[in-house]
Design a protein around this ligand. Structure first.
Ligand code: GTP
Ligand code: MG
Length: 247
């Protein structure tokens, strides 16, 4: 039986070497997807689930260890330098930040930047509280439509990432929530290291695959732009465009 696991669109075997910063010109679909993401704007911030808007609008959550590059990825994908705050100090994103996508009068979807996990210096009580918020968000948030899990390509999927995946796995398995894993900072790896990272992440994710699951993995760099058009296209494909209004 063919596993439903999709091959990465940007596997280095067929794409440019990860060390090359040159990025292929995106096709029309990727350009449209990028334009959609470039229109992102800040909506609100919340430190608890009950502070989030009650909404059926599809939400795409960026999750991952602290320092994995979530905020940098959002900034790169939306082409806005400081939309999501990226910093050298891990653990800086302490809230769930929501960003609107689509026309201002007909919002189509939202991006959610979630706090990173695994930062040792965060006080234990704060850590436990965030674990709880995160678990609730992934298991219960009805609007959750897709998860983008970011992991440093040099570390791969760690135990903490696996624990997060386990929380959302039932919703991924039944197709309710799509999953895209970004192996980030691939600019720091050579071609064979990047291939190895992709293979290992693919193996780890294969266990989550079912007939209904939509799971992908790709390499990414907020620095060089590698993977940006493909990721934009993948995220756009998750959300149906608002139907054209009759004149
Ligand atoms: N070389 C390289 N560095 C990156 C890349 N993406 C992020 N970084 C760096 O990694 C560090 C952490 O990036 P952030 O985007 O703040 O990470 P985060 O996941 O949002 O971290 P938290 O908010 O603490 O959860 C920063 O110093 C970034 O400049 C990348 O693609 N390549
Ligand atoms: Mg951040």
């Amino acid at each position: 039986m063919t596993p439903p696991f999709r091959a990465p669109a940007t596997a280095p075997a067929s794409g440019p070497s990860p060390r090359q910063s040159k990025v292929a010109t995106p096709g029309p679909e990727a350009r449209a997807a990028l334009a959609w993401l470039h229109g992102a704007r800040f909506l609100t911030t919340a430190s608890r689930l009950d502070q989030l808007p009650v909404s059926e609008l599809p939400e795409i959550a960026f999750v991952g260890r602290s320092n994995a590059g979530k905020s940098s990825a959002i900034n790169r994908l939306t082409q806005q330098k400081r939309l999501a705050f990226a910093s050298r100090t891990p653990g800086r994103t302490q809230h769930i930040n929501l960003f609107d996508l689509g026309p201002r009068d007909a919002v189509e979807a939202r991006l959610a930047d979630l706090p990173g996990y695994g930062y040792a210096a965060v006080e234990r009580a704060a850590k436990l509280r965030w674990q709880e918020v995160m678990a609730q968000y992934l298991e219960l948030r009805r609007a959750l439509h897709g998860v983008v899990l970011l992991a440093d390509a040099r570390l791969g999927l760690t135990d903490l990432d696996q624990r997060l995946l386990a929380l959302v796995a039932p919703r991924v398995a039944n197709g309710e929530v799509r999953l895209l894993v970004l192996l980030t900072k691939v600019d720091k790896l050579n071609r064979s290291e990047a291939q190895k990272a992709l293979r290992e992440a693919g193996d780890a994710l294969a266990a989550l695959g079912t007939e209904s699951a939509d799971i992908g993995v790709t390499t990414f760099s907020a620095l060089s732009g590698q993977g940006v058009p493909d990721v934009a296209e993948a995220l756009r494909s998750w959300v149906p465009a608002a139907p054209a209004v009759d004149p």
